[in-house]
Design a protein around this ligand. Sequence first.
Ligand SMILES: Nc1ncnc2c1ncn2[C@@H]1O[C@H](COP(=O)(O)OP(=O)(O)OP(=O)(O)O)[C@@H](O)[C@H]1O
Ligand SMILES: [Mg+2]
Length: 348
Amino acid sequence: MRSLCGFRLSRFGDPNTTCGHPLVAPKLDVVQTLNAGDVFVPGGMPEHTYNPREKHGLEKKLRDAKKTARKIVSVTGMTKSGKTVLVARLFPRDSCVWFDGGAFTNEAEFWIDLVDQLGAFTSFSLSDGNERSVETAAEARAQGGLFGWLASLALRLGIRRSRTTGISVSRQSSPKAIALRTLRKRKVPLVLDDFHYLPRDDQKRILRALKQLIFEGVPIVAISIPHRKYDALKAERELTGRVTQVPVPAWDPEELVEIASKGFPLLNVETSDNLVSNLVGQALGSPHLMQEFCLALCRKHNVEETAQERLSISGNEPLRPLFQSVAEETGICQHRFRKYLIGCHQAA
Ligand SMILES: Nc1ncnc2c1ncn2[C@@H]1O[C@H](COP(=O)(O)OP(=O)(O)OP(=O)(O)O)[C@@H](O)[C@H]1O
Ligand SMILES: [Mg+2]
């Protein structure tokens, strides 16, 4: 007897992953020699130069929100102020469903991405190619096992088994239904990063669908820039009183200094206070620019990794070309940089 049981699941994602990400433990840094690009990480997660900004209690607010749940957490702040980095510290990407709004254009893509990250399935089919036959529920029960189950299901659905083709049953669900059901079941935190990139009506429909999950305690964090802050969340009246605001303020000079004072010693580089304050002065309250400047300074002095011998960088060296090259390379705040370069602020 041929024993062939087909089991097929159509889906998005890999079952050997969590939330679509490989199950790989975070790499711990155990070596003394570090790459400059791993110490100063403009545009990435700065492990070595991360500043928790304790005086603002941002991590605590997020931690509390995570524990209490039942409210959507709205993290807002100017672009490049550290919103994504902050949320990723508390909600690591490999332990939650992380939606990158900038990479998708509409609601349909949102649900498909969620199904993909959850490793769930939108269609399900089972088949049995055995040459067996049943006509009644009693016969199906007598067969037992998967075949018996399939046969009784087929009979219930009014499907008559053909002697040559075997039994096949299938079910199809919408990505939205599957994503919601899976999130509800697993209570996996959901982070909506740059949610404002989606069209406003799509945001509304998504929030309406997620509302029930919030009530049921699935942690949900929405990250957006300030003037969009009410777009999605205020639009949905029923969310009133269900939103915890976590505003991420602009960085003050002391907080930016901490990036330099953590990072340069790790590379065996000594910098003067004057030099660091010049970098801070041009960073416009942005940790991203501060990271850029520190990395550019390392590159300028050929510090690709922790120096064998201590290197001192003087506070008198001209920094203007460095600021200019960072502005050109990154395209960040070019208009503001231009203002600097024409003399609103004199770079050292
Ligand atoms: N807490 C921090 N400590 C040190 N550096 C940081 C911190 N937060 C952010 N940075 C630096 O700033 C960069 C930008 O941060 P992030 O991507 O979190 O900003 P954002 O507010 O999410 O920006 P966007 O609005 O463009 O999404 C990071 O890649 C990192 O280099
Ligand atoms: Mg971001």
